[in-house]
Design a protein. Sequence first.
Length: 428
Amino acid sequence: MRRPLLAVAAALCVGAAAIVAPAAPTAAVDLPSVQAEHFEVLERIDQLDAQQGERSMGAVSGDPAAGWMEIGWVGEVPESVAAVADEARAEGIDVRFVDAPASAEAVAQVAESFAASLPADGAFGLQIGAEGVTVEVPTEAAAQEAGTDPIPLDDRPVRDAIAAAQGEAATLGVALEVEVVDEVPLSASATIDPVGRAPIQTGRTDDAALVSGGMRVLTQFRTGAFVSCTSGFTGVYGHRPFILTAAHCSDYLDDRAVRNYAGTRIGTSDFIAELNDGARATDLGAIALDYEARTHPRYYTNQTASTAVTSALTTAPPSGYRLCSSGQVTGWKCDLTTGAPYVACYSSSGRTECMHVQLVTSSAGRAFCLGDSGGPVVSPPTSQGSIAVAVVSGIRGTPVNGCGPTGLIAPVSDLYSLIWGAQLHTLP
């Protein structure tokens, strides 16, 4: 969502007490397979919730190794949803429902209203937890170090906007609080000389007519600078093949020329108007390939090796689940754990761009680096392949040597909900 000279935020949250005791962890777990089963259960419940006249599902978290999943729910759980949970329990997945004061969709609408009314420019973020929404405003020093304007919390219009949002949130039974922090959300693209090199070359550089995800790409921004990103997943819309990547990798613009790292033009940026400027702002975009291009349902994990994409997650991943990623700088790794939904407001070319993303943390202390943006984020692979979950969006905090321990991802589920008919390329 493009908001020149405005800082915009949107969020969703629920929280309540658990009503079912935790299941005992198993001694040995086939985590990739178990997690895939959890995702399938969540997708079924989300689809049933979407068929209601009004959304009821809230925040979702779990521990696939321990075998449980906790789902926030407004009011009584429908029989159809309870039946899915019962089937899952019979298969060893302890699905629990907890009371939620408001649906995720309802709280998101409150946050969107706050976003539209905040008269300020600069990077900040909103973290959504069980107790409510925390607006994370960087300190003046952190903002200056990141090259963005500080948010003037003492200004009357800003205070009024926050108070109005807090009142609206209170009517739903959720809280909205402001916290001054030393962290700034930053997109993970890398501005480089077009003939320069990223610190580590781990992605494919020269695909053109036959394309897989996870390759290195370059886009020229309106400033003239070439920006280096990693592509995510291949797909198709109608008869047009595309590669899903991050919206900021094209300067939030459609029709920007994109080339591979070997210098060959492969397509143009697309879907930004639908995925970033629409009713729900995300950090998803696409590279529209030539109609003659062929795509593989695979993503590179280095210059030559690749892994198959078996399916795509059609809902945002719950917090507490394990993920892997492939980026041109960090390479292939499986050290990520999903966190809370997040709204990142990135400072870009004298304006602020805000979008729905999600937090991830790295057990190795290096989630993503500048240049990883747009790269594939997947479930841990089984023998058949991986589930497409998200693309790399950014990092949260001041980067150290271009990297950060906390990352931000853009779930691919938003592609399906915002562009009817678009499909990622998966194994048949």
